[in-house]
Design a protein around this ligand. Structure first.
Ligand code: ATP
Length: 404
């Protein structure tokens, strides 16, 4: 549809970037990126109208996002010659605008395009030997100033390397080292740095990315005391194991993996140092408070769990110890537990206790003419505990409990 519309409007339309890369790699990718040689915004407006979607425009960047009725997003960008003035740019007269658009991208494997116009539909546009790099499993930058232009590409290179099991070529690796020697990474804004780190921490192979970062001394750039010691490596490896276990169960809610990894990464830092790291990454005050509170809560919970184990407490007590904690905190606790028994208990909480719902609500209590007040939560808690501990509870006994 996009290609046909392009022809109607007299512009060339291409699918580009990760979408094309993933087709060649035979991997799923639902983010569609289009580049239009012409007015991308106007094209996006007409496309959105035709497909019954919504549109968000960024006129300054000549880009738009079309959100289709099924929720699918299509990014539309404008390729224009005068747009890209790079120190390394080839003579512009020689370049078509799609070539310029691809040239400013991070790696050859992300600089592929596919023509969508009906007469040339599906033709691959490969100016930078991307197909060869995909075949040879290479991550390669397009020009020698790439990391100087944008040091976040260093983390992107590491992320793609580990995700696809590719390898940077020697030149790309050398250019990363040069950029790091120039301290370019230090100049990156916290927000951009965190965004790339966040993307890494939401990948499957997080530990492998951290290992690779450490090989470039990049953890120390985040915080001078961060180093992938054997201890930190084993903590992160346990975090990864626990997260994989949780994801495989398809439990609700979804876990925010980055938060669990962040707790692991900061495990060797005290609160003041952790705060320095969070400030470097431009965390919001809210996130800062969240992490500090979680760390404080963890110490307390560990103590409560030990006591609970010591006195062979009931399952409902276990439930009420863990239930107030955020999921990420519980999974981190599981990863840090040395004893198998403790892990089993946490796993029992997540897979069975947490998923049981009390069917009685405050409304039911009201219907039973119990006058509202703090007693409600006490009654509900007692019912919940009874349910967890396996006591049969029927409506009558609820009344008895309510009268207690
Ligand atoms: P993912 O599968 O992780 O979403 P992606 O390749 O689709 O990977 P995006 O971050 O969505 O990555 O970016 C889309 C495209 O934009 C990339 O394929 C790449 O061509 C280009 N791109 C993104 N970030 C940069 C960057 N920092 N420098 C140059 N090009 C970039």
């Amino acid at each position: 549809q996009a290609g046909a519309l392009g022809r109607e409007m007299g512009v060339s339309v291409y699918a580009v970037g990760g979408f094309v890369r993933d087709i060649l790699l035979d991997r799923p990718n639902l983010d569609i990126d289009l580049v239009v040689e012409g007015d991308g915004i106007e094209f996006a407006q007409v496309l959105s109208r035709k497909l019954g979607g919504r549109i968000r425009m960024h006129k300054k960047f000549q880009t738009a996002v079309v959100i289709l009725p099924d929720g699918q997003k299509v990014d539309v960008a404008t390729a224009r010659l005068e747009y890209y003035q790079y120190p390394t740019a080839l003579p512009t007269v020689e370049l078509s605008s799609i070539k310029m658009d691809l040239y400013r991208r991070d790696f050859s494997i992300n600089a592929l395009a596919v023509r969508l116009s009906p007469d040339q539909f599906g033709n691959l546009v490969d100016f930078f030997s991307a197909q060869k790099d995909i075949k040879e499993r290479n991550i390669r930058v397009l020009h020698s100033l790439s990391f100087v232009e944008d040091p976040t590409r260093i983390l992107r290179a590491i992320r793609f390397e580990q995700r696809f099991n590719f390898r940077m070529d020697r030149q790309t690796e050398r250019l990363i080292k040069n950029a790091l020697n120039l301290n370019l990474f230090q100049k990156l804004s916290g927000g951009r740095l965190f965004h790339e780190l966040y993307l890494i921490m939401e990948e499957k192979e997080v530990l492998a990315c951290f290992r690779r970062m450490d090989s470039f001394n990049l953890l120390q750039v985040l915080h001078p005391l961060l180093k992938l010691s054997d201890q930190l490596e084993s903590i992160l490896s346990e975090v990864e194991r626990v997260l994989n276990w949780y994801r495989l169960l398809y439990l609700e809610p979804n876990v925010l993996s980055w938060k669990v990894f962040m707790l692991g990464l900061a495990s060797s830092l005290d609160d003041a140092q952790f705060q320095i790291l969070m400030r470097r990454l431009n965390f919001s005050d809210k996130d800062e408070r969240y992490f500090l509170a979680v760390r404080e809560g963890l110490a307390e919970t560990i103590q409560q769990l030990h006591q609970w184990q010591g006195r062979a407490g009931s399952l409902s007590e276990l439930f009420f110890i863990l239930d107030p904690l955020p999921l990420e905190s519980i999974l981190y606790l599981m990863a840090r537990s040395q004893k198998e028994e403790m892990r089993r208990h946490i796993s029992l909480f997540l897979t069975q206790l947490k998923t049981q719902k009390v069917s009685v609500t405050g409304k039911d209590l009201k219907a039973m003419r119990l006058s509202p007040g703090p007693v409600y939560s006490e009654v509900l808690r007692t019912l919940h505990a009874a349910m967890i501990d396996g006591k049969a509870v029927d409506r009558n006994s609820q009344l008895i409990l309510a009268g207690e």
